[in-house]
Design a protein around this ligand. Structure first.
Ligand code: SAH
Ligand code: SF4
Length: 343
């Protein structure tokens, strides 16, 4: 079966024409898809033979709301969405001053096995298709009655481990065919799959690349992020420089501050050295405690000392405000609890 909402309009047109229908039928089908129909039978002005062809060969993917949690602290909304095969992913909608942002998932689970991450802990099921990434945004917009203006690919999964579907999604979501959200309003976060960062750079999309670094020494990084055994810090930073070179875009580095693990002065100094002269920004995140990891967030004083060292070395860094802390907004935690019957 063809996942019709993952197709570009030119591909839908080709599908319709090659199966013996008139070209303008494709335009009608596209218009209905844009309106958000969930079945082909809802396409009222489309003739029966076209409908039955579509029903026999294609499906319309949707993301159904399985659970919804709203933060009492800041209004952040967390969704658990289900797909046609009963797989679940999480998305989070945040309301910043400049509009609504959504953090979407790109895979059901993740293969990368980072030790601090709830998603990494619950294993990998499958890749999401482009339409399933889109559907998370469409469902959230419909439910909240708002227009979402910013997207971060920072939910469950490693986007660059699902490269073809993710790049297809990026092209779709930024086109008039769907939501028309510009690349400059999209951020893609990766644990550091070096060849794929280079491939993305060569595509010269104007999106923000966010790299989860979390440690400045290879030995320490390999302990928490197994991907570092395949591509070490020096190779990763070379790929980031390549990305900046190709796109002229500032790269963000994510650094989760974990008490007694990666928050020493020595780590801050080494991080400053590594990033010196690079067009970048560092986001420091007090680590979210995930059951079974034993990690706790750095003390406030330590967080400040870490920022101060980076700033003194000319590296711009901010400690990220944690939103939705009362609803386990860090991705992977809700699905894990749900599967274990906790909610
Ligand atoms: N796989 C991608 C994107 C999804 S993870 C990546 O790793 O970048 C999104 C972000 O959440 C990453 O920066 C990741 O390192 C971070 N993260 C995961 N678990 C966390 C936790 N317990 N506390 C803080 N940040 C966490
Ligand atoms: Fe996967 Fe990212 Fe979690 Fe690592 S941090 S396990 S790459 S989702």
């Amino acid at each position: 079966m063809i996942d019709i909402k993952s197709l570009f309009d030119s591909e839908i047109e080709k599908l319709i024409i090659e199966n013996g229908f008139q070209k303008f039928r494709a335009k009608q089908v596209l218009d209905w898809l844009k309106k958000g129909v969930t079945s082909f039978a809802q396409m009222k002005n489309v003739p029966k033979d076209v409908i039955s062809f579509l029903e026999n060969n294609c499906y319309i993917s949707t993301a159904s709301i399985e659970r919804k949690l709203v933060s009492k602290l800041d209004g952040t909304v967390k969704y658990l969405f289900s797909f046609h095969d009963n797989e679940y992913v999480e998305s989070v909608v945040m309301n910043y001053n400049h509009g609504y942002s959504i953090c979407i998932s790109t895979q059901v689970g993740c293969k990368m096995g980072c030790t601090f991450c709830a998603t990494g802990k619950s294993g990998y099921s499958r890749n999401l298709t482009a339409s399933e990434m889109l559907a998370q945004i469409e469902s959230a917009q419909k439910d909240l009655g708002v227009r979402i203006s910013n997207i971060v690919l920072m939910g469950m999964g490693e986007p660059l481990d699902n490269f073809d579907n993710v790049t297809r999604f990026l092209k779709l979501v930024s086109s008039e065919q769907t939501l028309n959200i510009g690349m400059r309003h999209i951020t893609l976060s990766t644990c550091g799959i070096v060849p794929k960062i280079k491939e993305l750079a060569d595509m010269k999309l104007q999106l923000t690349l966010s790299v989860s670094l979390h440690a400045p020494f290879d030995e320490l990084r390999s302990k928490t992020m197994p991907i570092n055994n395949a591509y070490n810090i020096s190779e990763l930073l070379d790929a980031c420089r390549y990305y900046i070179d190709k796109t002229n875009r500032r790269v963000s580095f994510e650094y989760a501050l974990i008490d007694g693990v990666n928050d020493s002065d020595e780590c801050a100094k080494e991080l400053s050295k590594l990033l010196s002269g690079m067009l970048c920004h560092v986001n420091l995140i007090p680590v979210n405690s995930v059951q079974g990891t034993g990690y706790i967030k750095s003390k406030l004083k330590r967080q400040q000392a870490f920022v101060d060292i980076l700033s003194a070395c000319g590296i711009t860094a901010t400690v990220r405000r944690t939103l939705g802390s009362d609803i386990n907004a860090s991705c992977g935690q809700l699905r894990r609890k749900y599967k274990e019957g906790g909610i």
